[in-house]
Design a protein around this ligand. Sequence first.
Ligand SMILES: [Zn+2]
Ligand SMILES: [Zn+2]
Length: 177
Amino acid sequence: MENLAGEEVRRKRKMDLNLTTPRIIEKQRGKRKENNFYFRGKIKIEGKKDRLQECKECYKILPLTAFTTHTLRSNGAFALKKKCRECSYRVEAERRIVLKNAPPKPDSCDNCHKNKKLQVDHIHGSVTFRGWLCRNCNTGIGSLGDILEGVLRAAIYLEKDKGKIIEVLNGIKNEVE
Ligand SMILES: [Zn+2]
Ligand SMILES: [Zn+2]
């Protein structure tokens, strides 16, 4: 009788374990994610403190202390900018000068010709105005490296046939001109 009771307890424990295991894993996962932050003074920063990050502007591999905060995540931690502090300040200073001397805003984005809310775009490392872009186009082109090669690389990724790329390119060009 005692043995049976012992068996019953073990079975129940096993069942409980099976029931709770997924939840335990879920909790640990959440904890791991939650643990992936550190403090800069009173500010909670996303990521591991000793990690290195490549600046997407100067391509230097730098400690996280070289990056300023960007957006606030729902867990109360800040994500860091992709540009290092030095580059962020420099590009922002350039942008202010470009903005002062920029031609008037057109009716729509110089790239997609759809969106009407526009940002000034300039050639980084200079104060040369390039155009007025909507946020989508500005961040999209920026994400592809802000250079023709990056944009064309994506074109080749999307379409292997070079002839087809040129065909589409001519179509867009005729539309714009
Ligand atoms: Zn940099
Ligand atoms: Zn656009």
